[in-house]
Design a protein around this ligand. Structure first.
Ligand code: MLT
Length: 304
């Protein structure tokens, strides 16, 4: 079993004592006999493409220690009979907390003010921020992470609008949020945050056409997947001062090649670390290992 992307031994505990399982920690390209690999565990860095699958003829299972499976060619894996499993629950809290930290940093200019003081400046007026209190937060995607974010927003006395075609009326009531269509959410939100997977339906979900209807001065966050928001459109509306700022943990290309958004003074960024906490990484590796263990022992799978 090949364990990639810096996943550590304490996370793969369910597999450590399993008879017949040898764990190899490292990179696929360093493996001497890839033909002997029967299972592989990855985060997002390793791309399990058709070519990679080609090099692993003995592969039976790919386990994603995390939520997004967009780094795995599922069709290619399925057509070869390779099972793909993930661990969608392990990093929910960390991702919601990071999004919250980004939101507060964004509206209070914390990264910019921090940088300025460290450079010897003392400019209190320049870094005047905004309160979250009684602002409207628009959450696009009300899965686990979106729902956790809604709870935090309510405790800050924010109004919460949500857009998610699969969100139940019961859940809406439980979280005291209001379901609206995407256009209404864009038009009425002071802050918008996306929490969907990246699929053909969600690619460029926020784009030139709909972001022009955003409130003047709105803020936008993406701590989900690069590509859900059109980066060129974001830059356009930031440059024209229609949007006040944006916070990005993820990019269309990672690491990003274009510097235009990153270098923009009203954009704050982190390097796809929303799920990078000690707790979340242990959780996702543990849950992915558990799925592999169930597969090897012919037991029912939770997230295949
Ligand atoms: C996920 O999909 O689980 C997160 O984006 C974190 C990661 O890529 O590992």
């Amino acid at each position: 079993m090949l364990v990639c992307d810096g996943i550590t031994s304490d996370g793969v505990e369910p597999l450590v004592k399993l008879e017949g399982v040898e764990l190899i920690f490292g990179k696929l390209e360093d493996i001497e006999h890839p033909e002997n690999i029967q299972g592989i565990m990855v985060r997002s860095a390793t791309k399990v493409t058709e070519e990679v699958l080609e090099k692993l003829p003995g592969l039976q299972i790919v386990a994603r220690a995390g939520v997004g499976v967009d780094n795995i060619d599922i069709n290619a894996a399925t057509s070869r009979g390779v099972l793909v499993v993930n661990a969608p629950e392990g990093n929910t809290i960390s991702t919601a907390e990071h999004t919250w930290a980004m939101m507060m940093s964004l509206v209070r200019n914390i990264p910019q003010a921090n940088q300025s003081v460290k450079q010897g400046e003392w400019n209190r007026k320049k870094y005047t921020g905004q309160e979250l209190y009684q602002k409207t937060l628009g959450i696009i995607g009300m899965g686990r992470i979106g729902s956790e974010l809604a709870k935090r927003a309510k405790s800050f006395s924010m109004n919460v609008l949500v857009f998610d075609p699969y969100f139940s009326a019961e859940k809406q009531k439980e979280l005291s949020v209001t379901s609206v269509d995407l256009d209404t959410l864009i038009q009425q939100s002071d802050i918008m945050t996306v929490h969907t997977p990246l699929t053909n339906d969600t690619r460029k979900l926020l784009n030139y056409d709909n972001l022009k209807h955003a409130k003047k001065g709105a803020f936008v966050l993406n701590c989900a997947r690069g590509g859900i928001i059109d980066e060129e459109a974001l830059l356009h509306y930031l440059d024209s001062d229609h949007l006040s700022g944006c916070a990005l943990d993820v990019f269309e290309q990672e690491p990003p090649v274009s510097r235009s958004l990153i270098d923009h003074p009203n954009v704050i960024v982190t390097p796809h670390i929303a799920a990078s906490t000690v707790q979340a990484q242990k959780n996702v590796a543990y849950m992915a290992s558990d799925e592999i263990k169930s597969y090897l022992l012919n037991q029912p799978l939770k997230h295949a």
